[in-house]
Design a protein around this ligand. Structure first.
Ligand SMILES: Nc1ncnc2c1ncn2[C@@H]1O[C@H](COP(=O)(O)OP(=O)(O)OP(=O)(O)O)[C@@H](O)[C@H]1O
Ligand SMILES: [Mg+2]
Length: 250
């Protein structure tokens, strides 16, 4: 098993207030690592730190190290890091343009493709990989704002796949979706881990137990417990973990 990401003694602060305290955790290549925990436990902050989304927030600071394939992410060019580590947010965030343009926007901007036929191939491949092709292939030129929320979320996944990342970060990707769309996105995540390494933040413990290989329980900026998902859900070592996963928390 290869560590794709290695986090060492990471502490994060907003306005000098510590919200993540000295975390050490690895993400194994081609796993789905779920991060569960109550509100304000630092899950999103952790995810945003993994691709340096907080860099431009002047009130934010951190200590510690994060390695991607053994290279510090803080030594990398931020645009290169974002190409390698994509992120999907809770609410679908398609661009106000056509489905087709949504998929090619970033690869074009990054100079990865230019010719029309390359674009066509990329659009079809990314939409197929995001399990959306069959639903939208006849309306690629219509607005992305007109498809359903679940389809928009899969379109946003297609946009990430179009830049061919290595790691995908999901921050509560199904929180705004109905159960059928949720199932589609969960099946898609399981499919995607063959090729990608996935970190999934979810408020839904059942979702973590359905899709992830390992689960970490975060509480107030600390990792209380991390284990294979089977073990953590069947026989948690910590009382706080047990209380949380059985809904007895707080
Ligand atoms: N931009 C910010 N500026 C200041 N404080 C912040 C900022 N973002 C988050 N925080 C604080 O950091 C702490 C951790 O928040 P974070 O959003 O990482 O938690 P979370 O586990 O993702 O919560 P939720 O389940 O509600 O999404 C909270 O106390 C929050 O108020
Ligand atoms: Mg959050």
């Amino acid at each position: 098993m290869v560590d794709k990401i290695k986090v060492e003694n990471l502490s994060c602060y907003y306005n000098k207030k510590c919200v993540l305290g000295s975390l050490s955790i690895s993400v194994i290549q081609n796993e789905i690592l779920a991060i569960i925990g109550p509100a304000n436990s630092g899950k999103t902050t952790f995810l945003r730190t993994l691709n340096r989304m907080n860099d431009l927030n002047l009130t934010y600071s951190h200590r510690g190290e994060i390695y991607l394939d053994n290279n510090s992410i803080f030594d990398m060019n931020r645009e290169n890091l974002r190409k390698r580590v994509g992120m999907l947010f809770a609410m679908p965030t398609p661009l106000p343009m056509t489905i087709y343009e949504n998929v090619v926007y970033a690869p074009k901007h990054l100079g990865l493709i230019s010719k029309k036929f390359e674009q066509d191939v990329l659009v079809e491949q990314a939409l197929r990989d995001a399990s959306l092709w069959n639903e939208v292939k006849d309306r690629l030129k219509s607005s992305a704002m007109k498809i359903s929320g679940g389809q928009q979320q899969r379109l946003c996944i297609a946009r990430i796949l179009a830049i061919n990342p290595e790691v995908i970060l999901f921050d509560e990707p199904c929180s705004g979706l109905d159960p059928i769309s949720t199932t589609k996105v969960e099946e898609l995540m399981i499919e995607l881990k063959r090729k990608y390494t996935i970190v999934l933040v979810t408020n839904n413990v059942k979702q973590a137990s359905r899709v992830s290989d390992r689960t970490a329980f975060f509480l107030m900026g600390k990792i209380i417990e991390i284990d294979t998902t089977d073990k953590l859900f069947v026989s948690p070592k910590e009382k706080q973990t047990e209380d949380y996963i059985t809904g007895r928390f707080g």
